[in-house]
Design a protein around this ligand. Sequence first.
Ligand SMILES: Nc1ncnc2c1ncn2[C@@H]1O[C@H](COP(=O)(O)OP(=O)(O)OP(=O)(O)O)[C@@H](O)[C@H]1O
Ligand SMILES: [Mg+2]
Length: 255
Amino acid sequence: MSASLLTVSDLSMRFGGLLAVDGIAFDVAPQEVFAIIGPNGAGKTTVFNCISGFYKPTTGAIALEGRSIAGHSSHHVANHGVVRTFQNVRLFKSMTVLENLLVAQHRQHHAPPLSGLFNTRSYRRSEERKIHEALRWLDIMGLRAYANREAGNLAYGHQRRLEIARCMITGPRLLMLDEPAAGLNPQEKKDLQQLIDQLRRDHGVTVLLIEHDMGLVMGVSERILVMEYGRPIALGTPEAVRNDERVIKAYLGEA
Ligand SMILES: Nc1ncnc2c1ncn2[C@@H]1O[C@H](COP(=O)(O)OP(=O)(O)OP(=O)(O)O)[C@@H](O)[C@H]1O
Ligand SMILES: [Mg+2]
């Protein structure tokens, strides 16, 4: 048994002539908040795509509690409790907020075939449980008042929270957030930081975070990996990373 929840070693991903990820290694402890930062194009989202099964890495190992998931399908990885949000919000925009959370649960639990068609008692009971669970998550996220709104009509900050709710309702072990603060106002960013703390504390989830907002990253993360041109340039506590010369150079340039 490994003490880490997620272990990534020697990860690389090549797109034709471009080595977008090159020799990345890190591990994430259970209930840790671990951030990946770096300039645009550094390869952060590509690392997420490799972990979540959207890409098959060119080299490297990815293990969840010591068991390999590298190259597994995104469906398979999700079934192991690894869920993610995307840099651009991806909701079912013409469905209601509540329906978005029901769909997320349908994908997870498979009812026996035809039980819905015949509207059996156990089917109805399981539908009621799903609605109950969806409303519980809308309460936690402060979205209960919008349950019957079309998701696409929600304010952007609320859409971002709904995306996180849609992940959390599947009971994940690893929650991967790709720039969750993008487009949020200062108050919404503060709320997001509290939410991440709360999800970890009250729901035992481990968080892997990509984020450009340094206030949020420094406030919420236990450790930070800094990438530049696909390569790791620093890994450590917020304090260590903030004072690292290579990191300062990567962000501020040579001047
Ligand atoms: N499917 C792909 N095919 C070809 N090149 C890709 C693909 N996906 C990403 N890249 C390239 O890989 C590099 C890393 O991209 P990636 O999206 O991982 O960066 P990022 O660190 O997430 O950047 P940002 O902060 O702008 O989101 C970029 O040069 C990008 O153009
Ligand atoms: Mg990205």
